[in-house]
Design a protein. Structure first.
Length: 137
């Protein structure tokens, strides 16, 4: 199972390194030591934590209101769930506060060795992209 350094986990969760360290110090996020003696987070544990954090936190708050945006279409994150049947697979990626769901062939999921805790990038390509600009007060 992959393991992620504190800074990598912070990037995937969309928080600072210090926040991840505080969560680890308080026991909220389990860590282990790697062969080099660094504190790391097991991939499966990070996947579980990312799902729990997204459920609790909901949309990001405390940030300045967005007035214009056209986001890139690559979402690096961690695989949180893979459901396979005979032909297809449903893969869920938690990318910060965003949950990306992909339907693909089971063969593709197997070749990519997708399972909870694996680092992955959800790339979105669509013929229709909605861009919104919220009303200014």
């Amino acid at each position: 199972m992959p393991a992620f350094r504190i800074s990598e986990a912070a990037g995937l969760l969309g928080v600072s390194d210090d926040t991840v360290r505080r969560w680890a110090d308080s026991g909220r996020l389990a860590t282990v030591q790697d062969d080099a003696g660094r504190r790391v987070v097991d991939g499966a544990e990070l996947a579980r934590f990312a799902e729990d954090l997204a459920d609790v936190s909901g949309p990001p708050s405390g940030r300045a209101p967005i007035v214009r945006e056209s986001a890139r279409n690559r979402f690096p994150g961690i695989v949180t769930r893979v459901v396979r049947d005979g032909v297809m697979a449903q893969v869920e990626i938690q990318a910060g506060p965003h949950r990306i769901v992909s339907l693909m062939s089971r063969e593709a999921a197997d070749e990519l060795d997708l399972r909870p805790g694996v680092l992955a990038v959800g790339s979105v390509k669509a013929t229709t992209v909605v861009v919104e600009v919220p009303e200014q007060p």
